[in-house]
Design a protein around this ligand. Structure first.
Ligand SMILES: [Ca+2]
Length: 268
């Protein structure tokens, strides 16, 4: 797999057809057989979080197909594969934005379709059935080839997974799915991947912005990380405090010397 092109982004890695520009990350161009991967390099250490992704799926003409894109919270990162650019049999969460109706199995929804899937590494994502039998829940969302901005928010709080979209240019979140009892560990990585595998219709998949909010005060009790984290925090605070005191003393001495100099000057 080739390394992506363009600028670097701190704490993000990318491979495949991914290209980074000033304004967006292009995961796939409008060509066949492309896949692009973008992964954060810092594992998520908080129990509760929200990820908002501002994205665009667009291309020439009205009949867009492609595969679509997926937003990940997964154990392994940067492994290309057939699940919207990422490896199959993944461990973690996938929120899939499927733009192509493979439609070989019974389901009664339209595409584009947003769905969530949690996997412990044993489940295969079945494109032929559009992932229907492995999904937790899903909803239709018309995010394809629209002129306005499109957003998705994935919120994971107290084992409740909620996915909302803002794709109708109303500047308001619309709940797509909400599932209780979803167990996800800390220490996994966030990523966004996309793929164009079809013979016809290859949309460009762009990511414009990714915003993550964590709720640092809400660690689970059994999570051992907070103590070491707060230890580092205390050390850093002490370091900053010490540096501030040293800076004050140095500035004080300089001010005093300057003052002495000035008062001496007055006598001549
Ligand atoms: Ca599909």
């Amino acid at each position: 797999m080739v390394t992506g092109a363009g600028m670097t982004i701190p704490y993000w890695d990318f491979i495949g057809s991914t290209m980074v520009t000033n304004n967006y990350v292009r995961l796939t161009p409008d060509d066949q057989s492309k896949r692009g991967l973008l992964w954060n390099s810092v594992p998520c250490s908080v129990r509760n979080w929200e990820l908002q992704v501002h994205f665009k799926v667009h291309g020439k003409g009205k009949d867009l197909y492609g595969d679509g894109l997926a937003i990940w919270y997964a154990k392994d990162r940067m492994i290309p594969g057939d699940v919207f650019g990422n490896q199959d049999f993944f461990q973690g969460l996938a929120v899939i934005l499927d733009t192509y109706s493979n439609h070989n199995g019974p389901h009664n929804h339209q595409h584009p379709y947003v769905s969530a899937m949690v996997n412990n590494g044993s489940l295969h994502y079945d494109h032929d059935r559009d992932g229907t039998h492995t999904q937790l829940a899903g909803c239709e969302a018309k995010f394809r080839n629209v002129a306005h901005d499109t957003h998705i928010a994935i919120r994971y709080e107290n084992d409740v997974l909620t996915v909302s979209t803002d794709v109708e240019n109303k500047a308001a979140w619309k709940e797509c799915l909400s599932v209780k009892g979803v167990r996800l560990p800390t220490g996994y990585y966030f990523g966004v991947t996309a793929a164009n595998r079809r013979l016809v219709g290859h949309p460009r998949h762009h990511v414009h912005q990714i915003v993550r909010a964590g709720y640092a005060g809400e660690y689970h009790v059994e999570d051992p990380k907070p103590s070491s984290l707060s230890g580092i925090k205390i050390f850093l605070l002490m370091l900053v405090g010490t540096l501030a005191v040293i800076a004050c003393v140095v500035i004080g001495i300089m001010f005093y010397q300057k003052h002495q100099e000035n008062s001496r000057k007055r006598f001549y």
